[in-house]
Write a protein that binds this ligand. Structure first.
Ligand SMILES: [Zn+2]
Length: 331
């Protein structure tokens, strides 16, 4: 707190110690709030620059008392003390300007591309093996690719594969199917193009994510064909590398498939009784799906489910059903 013994400024006593005090206070107040700009040399003499600075400050902060003079205990001195002691509104604590991390996005794109690179050979091999009538011994990867189609796209090879946990599976022939497989393959190709392209990712602040969608959302796409918006919630260590890769693949589906946002299709990979994520996350009270919603999808819904694409790609690339994503955030 600065204090003065006698008045300073126009018509004031202007004792050197008091003038020095006022000059120092005016230098501490940010220019946008009426402080000295540029800061003047403190020398204890009330010159024309000091008089002008006092008047400028008063006009900004206490216009009713803008007479060019500062009195002990008066409103100008009170305001000067308040603003000179306040934290600077410039750099320093305040709303965070942090964004999604470019390093994390690039790592996730790399892992996502490895997963996606396994998809087309898996599908081609699946069609070939089924078409040739190969046994599991002759085509060792057949069983797990079949399992991946069963779990994520709800497509099975014959009625004997139907199980109670996935009641809406449909029998399909991958050699002759014209409904599901061509759409799924072309969606995967589009997703691959998005994930490969660094220009499809925007690094944004938490404030923008909250304004656009919801607080704490890691990534989202505002409209089909748009860019993937990546917020600080995406970053390590809150999200692990496999979770981030699943997010990137998931959001890339939203970029290429306009039907992927509808509620019946858009069911997370953790809304399931399938291991290993069963029970880790429960849908909130306002969720539009049940705990087993992922299990209950039809292939017509699953072929538009962004979570199914991310889970299928990781499944065929890694050889097992793991379902990285929001149910396994730190992995
Ligand atoms: Zn989504």
């Amino acid at each position: 707190m600065g204090s003065i013994t006698r008045s300073v400024g126009a018509g004031g006593a202007n004792r050197p110690a008091d003038v020095t005090e006022i000059q120092q206070l005016l230098n501490k107040v940010p220019a946008v709030q009426g402080g000295a700009s540029p800061p003047f040399v403190v020398f204890g003499t009330c010159d024309s620059a000091t008089l002008a600075a006092i008047l400028k400050f008063q006009k900004k902060q206490v216009p009713a008392f803008a007479d060019g003079r500062i009195d002990p205990g008066g409103p100008t001195l009170a305001k000067l003390n308040a603003l000179a002691g306040a934290p600077s509104p410039g750099p320093g604590p305040g709303p965070s300007a942090a964004t999604g991390s470019l390093t994390d996005v690039n790592r996730a794109r790399g892992i996502g591309q490895i997963w996606l690179a396994a998809v087309e050979p898996a599908i081609t091999g699946f069609i070939f093996s089924v078409g040739k009538g190969l046994s599991n011994a002759q085509a060792p990867s057949l069983a797990f690719i079949e399992d991946a189609f069963h779990k994520h796209f709800k497509l099975i090879l014959d009625p004997s594969k139907k199980d109670a946990a996935h009641p809406n599976t449909k029998v399909f022939d991958p050699v002759t199917d014209k409904t599901f497989l061509p759409f799924i393959r072309s969606t995967f190709r589009g997703v691959q193009g998005v994930v490969m392209n660094p220009g499809k990712f925007d690094l944004i602040t938490a404030a923008k994510a909250t304004a656009d969608k919801a607080s704490g959302i890691a990534a989202y796409v505002l409209k089909t064909g748009g860019n993937i918006q990546v917020s600080p919630a995406f970053n390590s260590p809150a999200r692990g590398p496999n979770c981030q890769a699943a997010i990137v693949v998931h959001e890339a589906v939203h970029v290429v498939d306009g039907a992927s946002g509808n509620d019946a299709a858009h069911i997370p990979e953790w809304a399931t009784n399938d291991p290993p994520i069963s029970g880790k996350v429960a849908p909130g009270p306002d969720a539009k799906f049940g705990k087993t919603g992922y299990d209950l999808q039809t292939p017509e819904q699953a072929m538009h489910n962004a979570a199914a694409y991310a889970s299928f790609a990781a499944h065929v690339a890694r050889g097992k059903d793991e379902r990285f994503g929001d149910g396994r955030q730190t992995e």
